[in-house]
Design a protein around this ligand. Structure first.
Ligand code: G6P
Length: 363
């Protein structure tokens, strides 16, 4: 097993560091930044012409990637919603043959997600699976499949598969919006080169991260909060999920604007707040972070060096400046590293957290 980890102490850390490569692998040959600017060449132009609305179904970390995709699709002008697959049987919105149901599942074998996919098929929806495993049940059963090519992931806590899912969903959503609207979304021209630069931006984060020092600084805190707005919201949820999965410490993710509607009651000097800035209404997120700071909570801003939040926050985790559709994914890598180092300081079994399984094949 040690041989498989190479120079790293844990598979999780190895997989975090594989992200520049796995992402480059994911996007290779799929986008065309020239003339007709195609966000995703896996599907023939016009494939999604008839799609009226999209429902994403997924669980766990894949649900956060699905939410990321769904919010991006709404921002591109196509009606969409992200649903927890295990809630789908009791509360699915109605579907018809103009509804595209997208199952997001790293393994392609999660029972809850397969159930939702089968229900959607039975009710007449068109289906598509976004997965890492060619030949998986979800890939075989859906009308179409899109493979994220992240390579095998051994650590139970998903890292590189999340990044690849979120980037492939971002491209897929641009593609759906372009087909639906008969023309590429307005910002596609700037988005595609930014996607191509993601591997080097990820390298930059990994080479210069202060996450280990931040984890040490706050290692005896009571709870850890993560806030974000727009595409920063699913990243806040994912940051908290990763943290609780591997450290066993209490962590919660919130939409920044929700902080004042309840969670603020929990905020004290013992609850560091990680604030994610993606370039989507950042001034409001900064105000929310300051509200936590006023109650004594240390704020860690995850944002570019030149961002206004740096002067306000107690600490800073730097990310390169990029397109607002991708910034959250760079922030997420900083948060993966914070979780990893916090769990390592606590000597947790990082690759195999108690009570959790890599793939849950029972309902
Ligand atoms: C399990 C894993 C999670 C994962 C979830 C969904 O709970 O521990 O890390 O996000 O299943 O898995 P999937 O294979 O469907 O992405």
């Amino acid at each position: 097993e040690q041989a498989g980890k190479g120079e790293y102490d844990h598979f999780m850390l190895k997989e975090i560091h594989e992200q520049p490569t796995s992402l480059a692998q994911a996007i290779e040959g799929r986008i065309d930044t020239r003339n007709d600017r195609i966000a995703l060449s896996d599907f023939e132009p016009g494939t999604f012409d008839d799609v009226e609305s999209v429902q994403f179904v997924a669980c766990g970390t894949s649900y956060h990637a699905a939410l990321y995709g769904s919010l991006g699709l709404n921002q591109a002008g196509v009606r969409s919603t992200a649903l927890l697959a295990n809630e789908y049987s009791v509360s699915a919105p109605p579907v018809d043959d103009d509804t595209l149901v997208i199952a997001v599942t790293q393994s392609g074998e999660t029972a809850d997600t397969l159930n939702a996919l089968r229900q959607a098929t039975a009710e007449g929806a068109r289906t598509l699976t976004v997965t890492n495993v060619v030949g998986s049940t979800a890939a075989r059963e859906a009308d179409d499949a899109l493979f994220i090519r992240a390579g095998p992931e051994i650590g139970v806590a998903a890292t590189k598969t999340f990044s690849s899912q979120a980037v492939m969903l971002t491209l897929l959503c641009q593609r759906i919006a372009a087909d639906r609207q008969g023309e590429p979304p307005a910002d596609l021209e700037s988005l595609l080169p930014a996607v191509e630069s993601m591997p080097s931006a990820l390298d930059e984060v990994l080479d210069s991260s202060d996450a280990a020092a931040i984890a040490r600084q706050y290692d005896d805190s009571q709870s850890y909060f993560f806030i974000g707005r727009g595409l920063g919201f699913p990243v806040a949820l994912e940051g908290a999920l990763k943290f609780k999965e591997i450290t066993y410490e209490h962590a919660e993710g919130f939409a920044s604007g929700e902080l004042k509607h309840g969670p603020l009651a929990l905020v004290t000097p013992d609850t560091p707040v990680f604030a994610i800035f993606t370039g989507q209404e950042d001034e409001k997120t900064l105000k929310n972070a300051e509200e936590a700071q006023t109650r004594g909570a240390p704020v860690v801003a995850v944002c570019p060096d030149e961002h206004a939040a740096v002067a306000v926050a107690d600490e800073h985790l730097a990310i390169p400046d990029t397109n607002a559709k991708l910034a959250g994914l760079l922030a997420n890598v900083q948060l993966q590293l914070v979780s990893y180092h916090a769990a390592d300081l606590l000597d947790r079994p990082i690759d195999k957290p108690r009570n959790l399984a890599k793939s849950v094949t029972v309902e």
